[in-house]
Structure formats: structure tokens, C-alpha cells
Ligand binder design. Structure first.
Ligand SMILES: [Zn+2]
Ligand SMILES: [Zn+2]
Length: 139
């Protein structure tokens, strides 16, 4: 869970000019930790910001990603989700309710010694299955 009091300052600190739209988009990511898609963010904010376009949402997320304050989650081929929690963690997708859950990973250093000379810039850990509440609904 990411809690940032002053989103505008946080964006500035990360080299991003804090426009209202950018602040709202980051704020949305922070408050809706289900890892929303571009469509979800756009639909949720378009009432509040009538001038918002899907392209703006997409470009803003791309900017956030390039500045390292947002990670993308591609657990499904056909959808890209966004995560403002850039700490090291994995994602679990429930096949029933389609929710995405964060799970903690203890080992931040995997056994990759044989990979000398390579530079890793991204790592993703995805699991799929049934979440606790969907499992208990089946009983
Ligand atoms: Zn579920
Ligand atoms: Zn996450």
C-alpha cells in the first residue's frame, strides 16, 4: 500500500511536472490498488475531468513508468495494468473474480549468478489461481 501525502511534490521529486491531470491519475492509482487498466482509469476520472482523453491517461502512465514511479503488470496478454507500488512484490490473479492481489516476496536476490554481464531492468512474478474468498464461496 502506497500512501503519499503530497502527490504534487512526489511528482516533482521524480522529475515530473505536476499538472492537475497527472496528480489525479497518480492519486487514483494510489487509492485504487486493484492495479487498474487505462480504460478503468479513464472511465473513473472522465466525469471529474471532462477534458481528459484516453491518450492522455496512456501517455501519463508511460511518463510515470519511465520515471520509475509506476510499474506495469502484464499478467494477461490482452491487458496492461498499472501499479504505483514499485517495491519488490509479486502478483496473484484470481481466475474467478479476476482480482489482482499483491504478495510479498522475501528474496529480492534470486539465484542468478550465472547471468553475469547482464543487466536486469525489470522483473515480474505472476501467480494465478483462486483467491481465499472465491475458494470459500465454493464450499
Ligand atoms: Zn477471487
Ligand atoms: Zn502490485
Amino acid at each position: 500500500m502506497v500512501i503519499i501525502q503530497n502527490v504534487g511534490q512526489y511528482l516533482l521529486d521524480n522529475g515530473i511536472k505536476p499538472s492537475i491531470q497527472r496528480i489525479k491519475i497518480f492519486d487514483f492509482l494510489m487509492k485504487n490498488h486493484e492495479h487498474p487498466t487505462v480504460d478503468k482509469i479513464f472511465l473513473s476520472l472522465s466525469d471529474e475531468i471532462p477534458t481528459l482523453s484516453k491518450t492522455t491517461v496512456y501517455n501519463t502512465l508511460k511518463l510515470f513508468q519511465s520515471q520509475g514511479i509506476v510499474n506495469i503488470v502484464n499478467i494477461e496478454d490482452h491487458e496492461t495494468r498499472y501499479d504505483c507500488d514499485t517495491s519488490f512484490h509479486g502478483h496473484f490473479k484470481c481466475l474467478e473474480c479476476k482480482n489482482l492481489y499483491d504478495f510479498e516476496l522475501e528474496n529480492t536476490e534470486l539465484n542468478i549468478n550465472k547471468f553475469e554481464g547482464f543487466k536486469i531492468t525489470e522483473s515480474h512474478y505472476y501467480l494465478k489461481g483462486l483467491c481465499k474468498s472465491c475458494l470459500s464461496n465454493k464450499i
